[in-house]
Design a protein. Structure first.
Length: 427
């Protein structure tokens, strides 16, 4: 379609505290229903000029949600046949243990009798059989189990994982770890390394690497390049309009990275090949991934960054902090435009980021990637997903600002830094 798009500068306005960008996105949605001005409708039709932004197809988005939550792409080959995680679950993973390694339970999948049983203690949260019952109800977020009756007993025969394992959490509305799904929110309680290390099929040395990662982190390249440098699990929301995906901007669209993870990390059936890194993997003889990528991508693009909770920041300080962001802090030289990133026009050398050198002597993460550079991170929803930077080297927004002030010799006063933090909390 021929687009009469507004010139780029129209998109470069800085969002106000509290998120003008979000209101702008909301406007675009309203515009789709034809109640807005002609100009707004044109913006809506144009997006940022790429097919990646076509999230208007409700059916496609709904299909994508099912894939995101429930599709294993046949990765039971990895989690059951190779890693034998189903045996570990059946033998030793009661719900209390599952919750302690960060697995989440979808309260909406629980029938009333089970809800009552959890509430009055009638259901034993210290029995692996209860975990199997929850899997049978399809209530464990990001884990798909096949439960069959063998010898009169419910038996877990296959297990696989979905995208939701790492990129969904729950709102804890029922109990800690049990509640309504929050898709796109990174599960920073999840300890994927510890879960994989439960496999009886791995060597002690490999288990030691997996056990070294900790909560909320995962190294999506370790099984390809052998280096150990875990990454913070990032949100899968707020990516609309951004055409460099992952912290190193490896892909131009989300589907590129979904294929990478689906094949090389989850173990789904299909192929991924990347000459820039030499990764070339094919699992199975069928392809259970390619046809699902458009819907999966549409769903992720529909997920907006969550707005900051009311009262979670000081609006006056945030307004002053915005001036620091655009002025003395020089932040907006890279965190520019509506999405607060220059990713669509350039990436940055490792020497420009404040998050290197990597912790624990790990090699530069950029050096392991396809681009060998970093993408300026988008900043909406920051309040929600500490720790910060690709390697989690800043535990808080205060730490982020201190790191910039020191490494870039910004000379900000403590009042300016405090205001800047309030602004970041408002995004
Ligand atoms: C075992 C945990 C895990 C699973 C499962 C997983 N991811 Fe990720 N995902 C990560 C990590 C870690 C990164 C960060 C990679 C990087 O920046 O190099 C990431 C990055 C991403 C990004 C890039 C975000 C950005 O800011 O550009 C998206 C989108 C994403 N994942 C979506 C998915 C989807 C969809 C699936 C299912 C096909 C999936 N992930 C499966 C851990 C996981
Ligand atoms: C030279 C370009 C550049 C400048 C200037 C810059 N940033 Fe960044 N910023 C980046 C890049 C690149 C990343 C991603 C680094 C990484 O993942 O380790 C990033 C990441 C971040 C993050 C982490 C986001 C997340 O999701 O973890 C925050 C917060 C941030 N920057 C805030 C700021 C603030 C505040 C300033 C000004 C004091 C600033 N940045 C100045 C390029 C820049």
């Amino acid at each position: 379609m021929e687009c009469l798009c507004p010139p780029e500068p129209a998109r470069a306005a800085e969002p106000a505290p509290g998120g003008r960008a979000r209101r702008f996105r909301a406007l675009r949605k309203v515009a789709a229903f034809g109640t807005m001005s002609v100009a707004a409708v044109l913006v809506s039709a144009c997006g940022s000029g790429s097919g990646q932004d076509s999230t208007d197809d409700t059916a496609l988005v709904a299909q994508g949600m099912q894939i995101f939550r429930f599709d294993t792409f046949g990765d039971e080959s990895q989690w059951t046949d190779a890693l034998r995680i189903h045996e570990v679950i059946a033998a030793a993973v009661d719900p209390a243990t599952a919750l302690s390694v960060g697995l989440k339970v979808d309260a909406e999948a629980l029938p009333p009798a089970v809800v009552q049983g959890i509430q009055n203690g009638g259901i034993d949260l210290h029995s692996p059989d209860t975990t199997i019952a929850l899997l049978k109800l399809n209530a464990v977020v990001g884990v798909q189990g096949k439960v069959e009756t063998i010898g009169g007993k419910d038996t877990l025969t296959r297990v696989g994982i979905t995208c939701a394992l790492c990129h969904s959490t729950v709102d804890d509305s029922f109990a800690p770890g049990i509640g309504k799904r929050l898709d796109g929110w990174a599960n920073r309680d999840l300890n994927p390394g510890a879960i994989i290390a439960l496999s009886p099929a791995l060597s002690a040395a490999t288990k030691a690497v997996y056990n070294s990662w900790g909560k909320g982190k995962y190294d999506p390249r370790f099984n390809q390049d052998g280096a150990n440098g875990p990454q913070v699990i990032p949100p899968a929301y707020g990516l609309k309009g951004i055409h460099r995906i992952t912290s190193t901007g490896d892909g131009e669209d989300i589907a590129y990275w979904n294929r990478y993870v689906g094949v090389t990390q989850m173990g789904g059936h299909g192929s991924f090949s990347e000459p820039r890194t030499g990764v070339n993997v094919t699992n199975g003889t069928d392809d259970l991934i390619t046809s699902k990528l458009p819907a999966l991508q549409a769903y992720q693009l529909s997920l907006e960054a969550p707005p900051p909770p009311a009262g979670s920041f000081d609006a006056a300080a945030a307004a002053r902090g915005q001036l620091v962001f655009n002025g003395a802090g020089t932040c907006s030289t890279c965190h520019s435009g509506i999405e607060m990133t220059d990713a669509n026009s350039r990436l940055h050398a490792a020497g420009e980021v404040v998050s290197e050198p990597e912790p624990n002597g790990a090699p530069s993460y950029a050096s392991r990637s396809a681009t060998r550079q970093y993408r300026t991170a988008p900043l909406h929803g920051l309040w929600q997903h500490a720790p910060y930077f690709h390697n989690g080297s800043a535990p808080t927004l205060v730490a982020v600002v201190q790191m910039y002030n020191t490494s870039k010799s910004l000379g900000l006063s403590s009042a300016e830094m405090a205001d800047l933090v309030e602004y970041l909390k408002s995004l």
